[in-house]
Design a binder for this molecule. Structure first.
Ligand code: AMP
Length: 525
């Protein structure tokens, strides 16, 4: 082969984060940390404890709670059956007794055995029987295949027949094994919190139980600004025996206090009551009937929703539909007495707490389990995706998941959007700075520099200690680039004399300090 024919080496693929996901990087992560730290502090003052549920759960948990008819569960979940993927035949169409098929079957049987031992295949009695009988059949097949020599396939019908039969039997037995259930990455955390409340018998604890969480959620939505496929929520839930309106008001007060502390700009709280199982169905029917009367004037999305989910029509942002929607019957006029009283009391409790709100009769929630109090908070600088927090009451969800009668209310804050809004209003932290850059030169100074770094870091200073020595000019340039406040200069002279030089980078002034004075003098600066 000539030189020219040598195949050019392919460039290794450059990987990128998957669409809809992203890396959060410094210095932005400092803002994320501050937001999360503030949440912990504020929620702590309201008596909430943190819960960290797993990121994946049985698909059925979400299907049952979020509602299988909603978009989230219908088409936006990341669902997989790990066991199924592990144990499918590599070449399911090949039934021929070829060495390749034998290898595949062998590999398959090995995975089943391994999966059963590790517990990936549920250890039920019927699975145990199936695995045992599969292993037995497979060892028979191995014996037969040892008598089949390559090249003799077609010519040795008795062995071939026996082999084919055993191969089919193995596959038939394998198909009886029941694999683990379908699991999904969580699209939200309320269902997980309710599952945990039931699983750990939290109804035995003093009620209500107040929990908060923070972490990533996953939805296969169309990515755009403020909308991601992996996004982060900070949320809280109050679960217990009472739906006292003061609970609703306090939950809302807590979110507003959190936003205030963060100095979030342009915060607008909208509230509504969407009734309960008694009054909402009647209202929905009335709304549907009225919508049918004006159907021709509505756009295709709203037309479709008249039958599937008429409440969602109220969400419509289509300009031409607004005047029509404004004339539709309002849920506030159709609440039953209990819901109307509850809503009025929530408003009084909010007033008592000095929480400013706007009543918005068109505020509904996309998820099935919400009832009565509903709220949404928007903030500035977010364009069309301006909701930073959604919340509401969901009495009955715990029961739906097999738990005791429990009242519940909660909210979820979209952390990505919260951060975006804070950044838009100039709340982003500047680049991560350093307090002290240690410019050292010479072997004598190395040990001194390491010691100084340790002392300063122990006292809480952020210190950059260059790993190799640099000329002082270069070191000071580097200190500037990193935004260090001070440079500690350690050369042979300084080490010998015990007089160290501290340079203030902003104005270039220098002063001499002894090792003993270093901390003291930096703390006073
Ligand atoms: P939800 O769980 O749908 O009530 O959403 C609560 C909050 O989470 C919303 O108000 C948004 O701030 C945020 N959120 C929901 N979906 C996304 C997404 N795909 N990307 C970023 N934030 C989201």
């Amino acid at each position: 082969m000539s030189e020219g024919a040598v195949k050019k080496e392919e460039k290794p693929r450059k990987f990128q984060a998957i669409r809809g996901t992203r890396d959060l990087l410094p210095p932005e992560t400092a803002l994320w940390n501050r937001v999360e730290q503030t949440a912990r502090e504020i929620f702590g003052t309201f008596g909430y404890g943190e819960i960290r549920p797993p990121i994946f759960e049985p698909t059925e948990l979400f299907a049952r709670s979020v509602g299988s008819r909603t978009d989230v569960v219908g088409k936006e979940m990341y669902t997989f059956n790990a066991a199924k993927e592990l144990f499918t035949f590599e070449n399911p169409s090949s039934n021929a007794p070829s060495p390749e098929a034998a290898d595949n079957l062998g590999e398959f049987v090995y995975r089943i055995k391994d999966g059963f031992e590790k517990g990936d295949i549920p250890p039920t009695e019927s699975n145990k029987q199936a695995v045992d009988s599969l292993l037995g059949k497979f060892s028979e097949l191995v014996k037969v295949s040892q008598q089949l020599k390559p090249g003799f396939w077609q010519g040795s019908p008795p062995f071939l027949d026996a082999y084919t039969k055993l191969d089919a039997e193995c596959r038939a037995i394998a198909s009886k094994i029941r694999l683990g259930e379908s699991i999904s990455l969580r699209p939200e955390a309320t269902a997980s919190v309710c599952r945990a409340y039931i699983e750990h018998g939290m109804q035995q604890l003093p009620q209500p139980v107040k929990l908060y969480y923070m972490g990533p959620m996953f939805r296969r939505e169309r990515p755009q600004k403020g909308r991601y496929r992996q996004f982060y929520q900070i949320g809280a839930e109050v679960l217990g025996g009472t739906d006292a309106p003061a609970i609703d008001a306090e939950v809302i007060e807590m979110v507003m206090t959190f936003f205030e502390k963060l100095e979030l700009q342009g915060v607008q709280l909208d509230i509504n009551s969407i009734g309960d199982r008694n009054c909402r169905p009647k209202y929905v029917e009335l709304l549907r009937a009225e919508l049918h009367k004006v159907k021709d004037k509505l756009g295709p999305d709203s037309q479709r929703r008249i039958d599937t989910n008429p409440l969602r029509v109220l969400d419509s942002k289509v300009k031409e539909e607004q005047s029509i929607i404004e004339k539709l019957p309002r849920i506030g006029d159709h609440l039953c007495k209990e819901c109307a009283d509850h809503y009025a009391a929530v408003k009084r409790e909010l007033d008592l707490r000095g929480v400013k709100y706007r009543e918005n009769w068109r505020l509904v929630r996309g998820l099935d389990y919400y009832m009565r109090t509903t709220f949404e908070i928007t903030a500035q600088g977010l364009g069309s995706q301006d909701a930073v927090c959604g919340g509401g009451r969901y009495d009955g969800l715990v029961e739906l998941l097999g738990g005791p009668l429990t009242k519940g209310i909660g909210f979820a804050i979209g952390e990505d959007r919260l951060i975006l809004s804070l950044q838009e209003s100039g709340k982003a932290p500047v680049a991560l700075g350093r307090d002290v850059y240690i410019a050292w030169m010479g072997e004598n100074a190395r040990g001194t520099a390491v010691r100084a770094a340790k002392t300063l870091r122990n006292a809480g200073f952020s210190v950059e200690l260059p790993p190799v020595e640099q000329k002082f000019g270069k070191a000071l340039g580097q200190a500037d680039k990193l935004g260090a406040k001070y440079a500690l200069i350690l050369g042979d002279n300084e080490v010998t004399s015990g007089e160290w030089t501290v340079k203030t980078l902003a104005d270039g002034t220098q002063r001499k300090v002894s090792e003993q004075q270093l901390l003291d003098s930096l703390q006073k600066m």
